[in-house]
Design a protein. Sequence first.
Length: 123
Amino acid sequence: MADWNSADLKKIAAAEELDLSSERANGTLRDPVTMWVVRSGDRLYVRSVKGVDGPWYQGTRTRRQGRVTAGGVRTDVTFHDADPDEYADVDAAYRQKYGRYPSIVEHVLTDAARASTLRLEPR
């Protein structure tokens, strides 16, 4: 597992949103998708509101790598499936960061969304 440098971790975690571009089989990047990003410990996570059937999530399955841009940081990443034992901490991070949007944040706290939890690691 690759570790984030402290400055990038803080900047990305503090950003309201993150743009994620996954790589196609030929190595080119898909168009970016804007989403929420949260930090738990020294790790960054994203989830698909539509769960594992969500189009952007499906795009991450091809090569399991891509690029993210947030908080002035643009970096290449790998996508790792989060372990179910990470879900509770990620849920708490979503509630803490985005709780001011109660009718929206609930959509990333469903069982379907939890199943799509990806840990972002720098490459």
